[in-house]
Write a protein that binds this ligand. Structure first.
Ligand SMILES: CC(C)(COP(=O)(O)OP(=O)(O)OC[C@H]1O[C@@H](n2cnc3c(N)ncnc32)[C@H](O)[C@@H]1OP(=O)(O)O)[C@@H](O)C(=O)NCCC(=O)NCCS
Length: 188
């Protein structure tokens, strides 16, 4: 189904919220895996996740068709001497037929609203446009240590300059501090 204006889709679409602890739902899982495979070139191998199952998901449906997805990961990260509670934005995507109507921005906004107690939202993005428009910024000199996972295998802990993709939005508290970043886990 094509949607002709930003106002229209809110009448047709329904948001649902899910936790990793929900009972398994093979139909929903197949819809998530299908949307991820459609939207990401890197391929998720038919899985509902790339690196790891996110703690939560927000989904957007048009009837039984899944039109949008964002995963939400909650953890602390270290920045210099500080430990910060963060929301990791995971696999944000919208079906090609439903893009450019504000669904992506709405998913981000709703994920952030649910992240009570998290000081920052983090996203890893090659294309910055949507994130810049919704209040994220690039961290200059982002010296990041993280667990590298590939094809559902840990292979090393690596340290990289991720200044080109590391995007942060302040949700509460103080500004992002200076210092090397330890994600205490995998990338989002
Ligand atoms: C990125 C994406 C979720 C945006 O969904 P959407 O519902 O179209 O988003 P909105 O309508 O709120 O905003 C659209 C704007 O997002 C920006 N945008 C487009 N593709 C983008 C991308 N891959 N990454 C970031 N921003 C993007 C553009 O500025 C676009 O507006 P424009 O075409 O008028 O310039 C969707 O294009 C998508 O699923 N892309 C493939 C998966 C992907 O790259 N996800 C991002 C992972 S970091």
């Amino acid at each position: 189904m094509q949607f002709s204006s930003k106002r229209n889709w809110t009448h047709y679409m329904k948001f649902t919220v899910h936790s990793a602890t929900d009972s398994p739902d093979p139909v929903r899982n197949a819809a998530v895996a299908g949307l991820l495979d459609t939207c990401f070139d890197s391929g998720h191998g038919g899985r509902t996740f790339h690196k790891q199952i996110p703690h939560g998901r927000l989904l957007v449906w048009s009837g039984s068709d899944l039109m949008g997805h964002v995963g939400m990961d909650y953890r602390v990260v270290r920045v210099g001497d500080a430990t910060l509670p963060i929301l990791g934005i995971v696999d944000l995507c919208v079906a090609p037929s439903a893009r450019r109507q504000g669904i992506g921005a709405t998913l981000l906004q709703r994920a952030e609203e649910r992240a009570r107690g998290q000081s920052f939202a983090l996203a890893m993005a090659d294309d910055h446009r949507l994130y810049l428009r919704t209040g994220y910024s690039l961290i200059p000199n982002a010296d990041v240590t993280f667990l590298a996972i590939d094809e559902v295998r840990c292979h090393s802990v690596i340290r990289r300059d991720l200044s080109e993709i590391f995007m942060v939005k302040q949700l509460a508290g103080d500004a992002w501090p200076d210092g090397p970043i330890d994600l205490l886990g995998h990338l989002f």
